[in-house]
Ligand binder design. Structure first.
Ligand SMILES: [Mg+2]
Length: 305
């Protein structure tokens, strides 16, 4: 593949990988790892359950699409427009499968959206201690929009801004910055060793598989699980299965791994059943392409003073 095609394959992989991981993980979210037998060893399928039809994803992808829609419509990053889309999602089911209010919504996210409705501007250094994984589960559109037009630092800064909208915490911002830099580097062609060295230079993450079972939604844990899946397997499918088998916050773990591995191996390397069976598959590809083709992606307005 030529460079331009390669980048497009990675961008599509990052966004579709996010949605695939979300949709695979959603039916088994917070089941104990020992109970995760619904994942077939050989041919891992999407599953249907009482909450969701086959291939349908949750808040991770819904919020990612809110971000994508806003970046494309605003031709850059506009805090207020992004938050209005999050409000429309939360209150009116914008970007949800059935047009109803989302079935999944993180505690911190719900609080931040509620606070935005009361007071859109955030003054000073009003950070919280809690650091949920909501900031990285939806990140792909921000990275893709910047890939061709911004350097790694500007991209990471915008990623951090997008985290701050709902996860105004030092830890969430730190992990989001590193996650953004890793995604950017992968798209530039960094190999796994370079990625591992980079992460090691930035932070300590738990890479022992035995300690990754049944974890909650802490952003550092989710990042560790996603990295584990990328580093210890040589293809999208096997890493995804390993990530899902840890149990815990499976849809978000899957969505975060899906972004890393989708960017690393590319869209074409995702199982056809997954990349074509995921809800809105064609639209996801189209959105990734449109984000990648943006002429510029400046910060237009932020609500942080
Ligand atoms: Mg979810």
């Amino acid at each position: 593949m030529r460079n331009k095609e390669k980048l497009q394959d990675k961008a599509r992989g990052m966004l579709v990988g996010l949605a695939v991981g979300d949709a695979l993980g959603a039916p088994i979210e917070f089941l104990p790892a020992s109970a995760i037998s619904v994942i077939d060893d050989e041919i891992p399928h999407f599953h249907e359950n009482s909450r969701l039809p086959k291939g349908v994803w949750t808040d991770d992808t819904e919020m990612a699409l809110c971000l994508a829609d806003s970046l494309l419509a605003s031709k850059g990053y506009d805090s207020y427009d992004i938050m209005m889309k999050f409000v429309a999602w939360c209150d009116n089911g914008y970007r949800t499968y059935d047009g109803k209010s989302p079935m999944d919504i993180g505690v911190q996210t719900a609080r931040a959206i509620g606070e935005f409705k009361d007071e859109p501007v955030i003054f000073g250094d009003d950070t919280t201690e809690s650091a949920g994984n909501g900031a990285i589960m939806r990140l792909a559109p921000v990275i893709i929009a910047n890939l061709g037009v911004s350097d790694i630092d500007a991209t990471a800064q915008m990623a951090v801004l997008s985290a701050r909208e709902t996860h105004n915490s030092k830890t969430a911002e730190m992990v989001t910055r590193i996650f953004a830099e890793v995604l950017y580097k992968i798209c530039q062609g960094d190999d796994k060793k370079a990625v591992a060295d980079f992460v090691d230079s930035k932070m300590e993450v738990e890479k022992d598989g035995n300690k990754l079972y049944n974890l909650g939604g802490y952003i550092v844990d989710t990042f560790a699980i996603a990295l584990f899946g990328l580093m210890n397997f040589d293809n999208f499918k096997d890493g995804m299965l390993a990530v899902l088998r840890f149990g815990g916050d499976t849809d978000t773990n899957g969505a975060c791994y899906g972004q890393l591995a989708g960017a690393y191996y590319g869209y074409e390397a995702i199982l056809e059943e997954w990349r074509e069976g995921v809800y809105l598959s064609d639209e996801l590809v189209k959105i990734a392409d449109e984000l990648l083709e943006m002429d510029e992606c400046p910060v237009i307005r932020t609500r942080f003073r």
